[in-house]
Design a protein around this ligand. Structure first.
Ligand SMILES: [Zn+2]
Length: 463
């Protein structure tokens, strides 16, 4: 048996052993969840104080006995810049160094067990009722196709006899996706919202013939009209997974109660804040969140900034769950670029850009035959090589005589603190509207449907 396969099977065993516990927590009452978060927070900060040189300097004064969710706001926040600049000092395992980790990203296949289970535990609970004697369910995952993205890595790592997975790259031509899905006939369809949206149209046009039991949207905002189209295409529950690579599943749709989501209240602490970092109360849309990942002690992320707009809802769910409700996040719209009949998913750009670690921010503006890209670089980045890679990818997808330019800039213009990363040609004129001009003061809670779909922002990819 290969080293990889041995490692993979060990992860599968770990996951199956932990599954019961993590599924059980879905039914924990509010008070038990809160006590669990406080205890896990103290355990995490203790690890950070003792084993992470970077955190030790910042957190040595923190009194663990007085630390809880309510006092967490006194701790300093951390950003992606902090993470990239201090990675080797932040990790708690001496063997991990950023260069070592980066060298292995291409081959990376092991995803964290808790991150994986946080993503699939709702599904495993539903699958407990899978008909006896029927074939084991098969999940098709339409994502980035590279292991640097969590969804793909998790799908490969945790494929088991109980739940098979097939991974498809979102950037491949839609005809190939349709053919591949038709061949494997998945029971669960899991993928980027925009990719599912395209597939729903293929299904309604009669070209894609599959009958999934569940459709699970992730990585991009699931806008109300997209949700509706997915439901019409397959007539089954459409679940929205709000997640990021840094923390796994942050929130997941409650298909038992309504179109809102439950926070993974046992795995993360989410603090909704304004652009200046002030707390935002439930019912109001936050400009960003600080996320504390309670289960990753190897890379402690404590009050880590994620620039997503999140709205906590101030009422319990009809399903009886004790997990905090949030509205469907609408703040991560990555539009598809259309070049005549060729549709290019933003991932074609996002993947090469996100792999260059010195590019900390970017914006891709579609042009008639390609794109103009501005990038904020912290450190050297070979932009000519990046241009060449993007040209190759566009050519492969059939864009005629593509043109791409990448320019380093000091900063990228934002409106109301938001960055729109992908701007299609047709959407450029409506940028003002799309970036929060119609932001409501309140977001409707359970029982009403939010019609607002404004705003985009930077989001760590769960792919
Ligand atoms: Zn619910």
């Amino acid at each position: 048996m290969t080293g990889y396969e041995e490692l993979r099977l060990r992860h599968v065993r770990d996951a199956m052993a932990a599954a019961g516990e993590l599924i059980g927590r879905l039914d924990w009452p509010v008070a038990r969840l809160a006590a669990h978060r406080d205890a896990e927070l103290r355990r995490l900060v203790r690890t950070a104080q003792t084993a992470s040189p970077w955190h030790r300097k910042r957190l040595e004064h923190v009194d663990l006995n007085a630390l809880n969710e309510a006092t967490l706001a006194a701790l300093p926040v951390m950003t992606k810049d902090d993470l990239m600049a201090n990675f080797d000092e932040i990790v708690t395992d001496d063997r991990l160094r950023l260069d070592v980790v980066e060298d292995h990203l291409e081959a990376l296949t092991a995803a964290d067990v808790a991150a994986y289970l946080g993503t699939v535990r709702h599904m495993l609970r539903e699958l407990a009722a899978w008909p006896k004697g029927a074939h084991p369910p098969l999940a098709a995952m339409i994502g980035s196709g590279t292991a640097t993205h969590m969804m793909y890595a998790a799908g490969r790592t945790f494929s088991t006899p109980q739940l098979g997975t097939r991974a498809f790259a979102v950037a491949q031509p839609v005809q190939e996706l349709v053919a591949g899905l038709g061949d494997c006939q998945p029971d669960l369809l899991f993928g980027y919202a925009s990719a599912l949206h395209t597939l729903a149209r293929e299904a309604r046009a009669g070209r894609l013939r599959i009958a999934p039991r569940f459709v699970i949207s992730t990585s991009e905002p699931l806008l109300p009209e997209m949700r509706e189209e997915l439901e019409q295409a397959w007539g089954v529950p459409v679940l929205n997974y709000y997640a990021c690579s840094e923390a796994g599943a942050v929130a997941i749709s409650c298909h038992r109660g309504g179109d809102w989501l439950h926070l993974a209240d046992d795995l993360v602490i989410v603090e909704p804040v304004s652009s200046r970092g002030h707390p935002v109360p439930p019912g109001e849309r936050a400009d960003k969140i600080y996320i504390t990942n309670l289960f990753n002690h190897t890379l402690p992320l404590i009050r880590y900034e994620v620039t997503d707009e999140v709205t906590l809802l101030d009422e319990p769910c009809r399903c009886g769950s004790g997990h905090q409700l949030i509205a469907d996040p609408q703040g991560r719209l990555d539009d598809t670029f259309d070049y005549g009949k060729i549709a290019v998913h933003p991932h074609v750009f996002r993947s090469p850009l996100s792999r260059r670690r010195n590019i900390v921010e970017y914006q891709v503006l579609q042009t008639a035959c390609g794109a103009v890209i501005t990038a904020v670089c912290h450190g050297p980045a070979d932009l000519a090589e990046l241009e060449a890679e993007l040209l190759t990818r566009l050519t492969e997808l059939g864009v005629p005589s593509p043109e791409v330019s990448v320019t380093a800039v000091g900063s990228i213009g934002r409106r109301a603190g938001k960055l729109r990363r992908f701007v299609p040609l047709a959407g450029a004129s409506s940028m003002g509207d799309r970036q929060g001009a119609h932001r409501p003061a309140k977001t409707p809670g359970p029982g009403t449907q939010s019609a607002d779909a404004t705003g985009t922002s930077r989001m760590a990819d769960l792919s």
